[in-house]
Ligand binder design. Structure first.
Ligand code: GLU
Length: 503
């Protein structure tokens, strides 16, 4: 079967985890074995609500797809590339199909003003009536008359005529058969607004039909609109697509994932130094189980395994710690060069090369020498790194001499200042050889032997040396740092620290 599905966001907010999960599931389904790998994934902007439209959210959508590296398969050709479908550019279609429903007697013109509709609502409230929505007043107007009034320019909307007294039934892949009494569906909703723009319902159904969408995978919050959509498919005489409403994404407290839980917009995750591959891997597992015991998947591996049967009915719980774990895993799978390339923007933004190089060089990520150091430094930090944006702070001491810390910071446990000075003095004697060692092992063997010969504890010898070199008690590995800094700089830092300790 050739699957055609779509992600159809309304640009009324930033792209967030829930949306991206919907996009990803649609993408994976279109590329899955079930789709013969030949399915089509469509991106469609549902931007017909002009009051909530914001251009920056459209940009955010493109940036998100770009960053995640997810590509849609078709759309209007704009000079050799496919743009997404944009509903505000397709209004002629919707008008045509609204007319078709009018002609079939499945829709009608409504001339009620928003004031009247408000008035009805207030009266009902006052009467404690349980009725809600439109009171169907214009349903009884003679439609020949109504068409004339509309043609004369009288402000009007077009409403769907919901067949009353019937039941609408459809099947949801996860939720099974769903029945809805038509009398309980939003009464005769507007399809075409007075500004000529379609509502979400009309544009959504018309486009899913025209784009030959076979499966609608969308968030469960849209479930309540589905009976209405099914009624519209029937009114047109079209076959509805298959539906699969995806369970909510929740925080650990069982409430819908929101800002209260932490970052939710993809932009925030990007800025915080998450890798797209880690986010994709984790989000693809939110509410789906693929293979026992396997946690790391490439996009292709996910697509190979994806099927609607693997989706869970229960809401998915978003675990920030697990996502961090994924990020760490992906960082460790990366080459130093690749990691350096991804971390460089954070280093530039942190002004890491400031003051040392010409601005233009700084913009490129330092001088050639600095870029080389930056790449080599990745090996030092990679093992324990969780976020890309931690890198500048962690490796800053390799580019700028750190401030010499207060004397007590140098003192190892159970030692005093005099002993610390003595230890650092030994460190000064050893540091050149260590910086010139070919690798960690040689440097380690050397300092171990020296510690034994001089009858001092290895840990005690290393601590003040580490603080002198890196400006911190907790730092990336010392031996590698010494090699990157070189013998002269290393010695210089130890000497400065000694001066400070001697006061
Ligand atoms: N435009 C709707 C949204 O913003 C899409 C619902 C659907 O996928 O049908 O999520």
């Amino acid at each position: 079967m050739i699957i055609r599905d779509r992600y159809a966001p309304s640009p009324t907010g930033l792209q967030h985890i829930g949306g991206i999960r919907t996009a990803l599931f649609n993408y994976l389904f279109a590329k899955s074995l079930k789709a013969n790998g030949d399915g089509k994934f469509i991106l469609r902007l549902e931007d017909t609500d002009r009051t909530r439209f914001d251009e920056s959210y459209v940009q955010n959508l493109y940036d998100t797809f770009d960053w995640l590296g997810i590509k849609w398969d078709e759309g209007p050709d704009i000079g050799g590339v496919s743009a997404p479908y944009i509903q505000s550019e397709r209004t002629a279609h919707y008008k045509k199909y609204a007319q078709e429903l009018l002609d079939k007697g499945q829709a009608y013109y409504c001339f009620c003003s928003s004031e009247r509709i408000d008035e009805v609502r207030k009266q009902r409230e006052a009467a404690h009536s349980s009725e809600s929505g439109y009171d169907r007043l214009c349903r009884s107007i003679d439609q020949g008359e109504a068409a004339k009034r509309a043609a004369n320019g009288e402000a009007c909307t077009v409403r769907l005529k919901i067949p009353l007294g019937e039941t609408t039934v459809f099947k949801d892949h996860l939720l099974g058969d769903i029945e809805w009494k038509n009398d309980d569906v939003n009464p005769d909703p507007v399809l075409l607004k007075s500004d000529g723009f379609p509502t979400y319902h009309l544009a959504n159904v018309v486009d899913d039909h025209l784009m030959e969408i076979t499966h609608v995978l969308r968030a469960q919050e849209w479930l309540a609109s589905t009976p209405l959509h099914v009624i519209m498919y029937r009114a047109f005489g079209w076959t509805p697509p298959e539906f699969c409403h995806l369970p909510m994404v929740m925080g650990q407290d069982g409430k819908k994932l929101s800002k209260r839980h932490g970052a939710t917009s993809i932009d925030e995750f990007r800025k915080a130094g998450y890798l797209p591959a880690a986010l994709i891997n984790y989000v693809a597992l939110l509410g789906a189980s693929y293979e026992e015991g396997k946690e790391i998947y490439t996009l292709d591996e996910l697509a190979e395994r994806f099927s609607l049967e693997k989706l869970n009915k229960a809401p998915a719980v978003f675990d920030y710690k697990k996502l961090e774990w994924y990020n760490g895993q992906y960082i460790r799978m990366m080459s130093d060069e690749e990691l350096a390339r991804l971390c460089m923007p954070y280093a530039i933004e942190a002004g890491m090369f400031e003051g040392e190089v010409h601005t233009e060089t700084q913009r490129r990520g330092g001088s050639e020498e600095q870029r080389k150091i930056f790449t080599t430094a990745m090996a030092l930090v990679k093992e324990r790194l969780i976020f890309l944006n931690e890198v500048p702070e962690k490796v800053a001491y390799l580019f700028k001499e750190p401030e010499v810390l207060a004397a007590e910071e140098f003192i190892p446990k159970k030692c005093d200042l005099a002993k610390t000075i003595e230890l650092l003095q030994i460190g000064l004697e050893l540091v050149r050889t260590m910086a010139q060692a070919a690798n960690d092992e040689d440097a380690e063997n050397f300092i171990k032997t020296q510690a034994e010969e001089r009858d001092v504890k290895l840990g005690d010898l290393m601590m003040p040396l580490r603080v002198a070199i890196t400006g911190s008690r907790v730092s990336p590995p010392l031996f590698g740092s010494l090699r990157i800094l070189g013998a002269d700089k290393s010695e210089e830092r130890v000497k400065k620290a000694l001066e400070k300790l001697k006061g």
